[in-house]
Ligand binder design. Structure first.
Ligand SMILES: [Zn+2]
Length: 204
């Protein structure tokens, strides 16, 4: 168990790491020698940021990182696999086709993870399955960290409502670094409410 000082250092370290990994990944994206090097560097950055985002959520929730390693690995791969829609939409495994689409591929629509989050949160409440809340947030953490990073170049896409302007660089970094705090705050509130509901049912 970490004491307060150690816990604070871990939180500061992981928050800074999200910013640093994103910054280094963006440099790789700008300076990569070929399309394939840029795509791999960009995708690895998405995966790492997704994994660290969920690690920080676990730390903030005072949950064991070792016991929950599986959920970190899931967020790592989920954040990476979002880009598979480039190949599906292009109907080709050629990196040049995948990176030169004339419209944004479907998994980059931010309405999708938000809708999934709402459906899973409601199902969790109706069917009394609190773990669904955690799964819903894992999906949202992976997608939002990916979309916000892409959003620096293209904005956020909320089909059918339209898209935002590109997110200014330091604002995107700030959102990515603060995202785990926001997630933990709301998730904790939801889970507490759920538990209170359950104990109320037990008492009755
Ligand atoms: Zn992407």
């Amino acid at each position: 168990m970490l004491n307060y000082r150690q816990g604070l250092l871990v939180r500061v370290f992981l928050t800074g790491l999200i910013g640093l990994v994103s910054f280094v990944g963006d440099k790789g994206l700008q300076n990569g020698k070929s399309e394939i090097v840029r795509a791999i560097s960009d995708n690895l950055t998405h995966a790492t940021v997704g994994g660290i985002t969920w690690t920080l959520v676990l730390v903030l929730s005072k949950k064991s990182v070792v016991d929950n390693l599986g959920s970190i690995v899931v967020c790592f791969f989920m954040s990476s696999l979002i880009d598979i829609d480039h190949f599906i939409t292009a109907g080709s495994f050629d990196i040049n086709d995948a990176t030169h689409l004339n419209h944004r591929p479907f998994l980059h629509c931010t309405t999708i993870p938000i809708t999934l989050w709402i459906i899973m949160s409601l199902t969790s409440k109706i069917a009394n399955i609190p773990v669904l809340i955690t799964y819903a947030w894992m999906i949202l953490a992976s997608f939002i960290s990916h979309h916000v990073r892409d959003g620096n170049r293209r904005g956020l896409w909320f089909w059918p409502f339209g898209s935002t302007q590109p997110i200014p660089y330091y604002f995107y970094l700030t959102i990515c670094m603060l995202l785990p705090y926001f997630i933990q705050w709301i998730m904790e509130w939801q889970l507490t409410k759920e538990t209170e509901g359950l104990s109320f049912v037990n008492i009755v």
